[in-house]
Design a protein around this ligand. Structure first.
Ligand SMILES: Nc1ncnc2c1ncn2[C@@H]1O[C@H](COP(=O)(O)OP(=O)(O)OP(=O)(O)O)[C@@H](O)[C@H]1O
Length: 245
């Protein structure tokens, strides 16, 4: 599937999931279309990571529909994961390999064999300094690691990008760079779902923001033209949802 295809890429509909006797997802419903960035905000324990695990096929919901690029991750985990690039909070790469070697190796595992120029082109697109391309990962900052991970995602041309707390631990400059990069990936047609506590980043790049409380979306805000979001209003909502949880 190409990054330019249109349509719904992530779908969660009336999803329920419990761990033992604890009900964690309780009728969760959201969708993300091609080219759209959806930020999922929620307090601790609201179910954000569980939502990600569900989309990655690590946990199976008790009921409801989950589709990633048309595949049910619990029933067809490999097919679903082929369509997804997942950037966890702390990107796991091979420390003793260079950035170029990491990209070539991880892409080969995914069945891709881009020419070296394509890898360099993807690094350039992410803003990773050229001096770092042939350096070992040991010593890379969190922001640099994220750029390597996003470059790999670009080269895989997957239609779905999942980001877990992408801005935690990044300074404001690195956050702004990362947000621009994610924005560019979405404008090429990927559906992006990010879970975050970072309201400002969400307001900066999301097209829609969903507030997750006790396993369901209790409020949703859409970007409105040039003004985008009313950050004060978002902050009030977020504080209210967290206090109510
Ligand atoms: N594997 C598991 N087994 C049992 N309970 C779990 C498991 N994973 C999560 N939970 C529980 O499910 C609830 C939701 O957890 P989850 O990690 O999805 O929330 P979160 O919104 O990502 O929270 P945080 O912001 O703190 O990371 C929590 O009460 C958590 O303790």
């Amino acid at each position: 599937m190409s990054l330019t295809a249109t349509g719904q890429r992530i779908l969660l509909s009336d999803v329920h999931l419990s761990y033992a006797s604890q009900s964690v997802l309780r009728g969760l419903a959201l969708h993300v279309d091609a080219g759209e960035i959806y930020a999922l905000l929620g307090g601790n324990g609201a179910g954000k990571s569980t939502t990600m695990s569900t989309l990655l096929g690590f946990v199976r919901p008790d009921s409801g529909t989950v589709l990633v690029a048309g595949h049910d991750p619990a029933a067809e985990p490999e097919k679903a994961r082929e369509q997804v690039a997942y950037v966890p909070e702390n990107v796991a790469l091979y420390e003793h390999l260079t950035a170029r070697e990491n990209a070539a190796y991880l892409l080969a595992l995914a069945g891709r064999h881009p020419v070296p120029d394509a890898i360099d082109g993807a690094f350039e697109a992410t803003g990773l300094q050229a001096a770092a391309w042939s350096k070992r990962l040991a010593g890379f900052s969190k922001g640099m690691r994220q750029k390597v991970a996003i470059a790999i995602a670009l080269l895989r041309e997957v239609p779905v990008l999942l980001l877990d707390e992408p801005s935690s631990g990044l300074d404001p400059r690195a956050t702004a760079d990362f947000n621009k990069l994610v924005h560019d990936v979405a404008r090429k047609g990927a559906a992006v779902l990010m879970v975050t506590h970072d309201l400002l980043s969400a307001a900066d790049i999301a097209d829609r923001i969903g507030f997750l409380e006790s396993g369901r979306i209790v409020d949703e805000a859409c970007a409105q033209g040039e003004e985008r979001f009313d950050v004060r209003e978002l902050h009030r909502k977020f504080a209210r949802e967290v206090a109510a949880a």
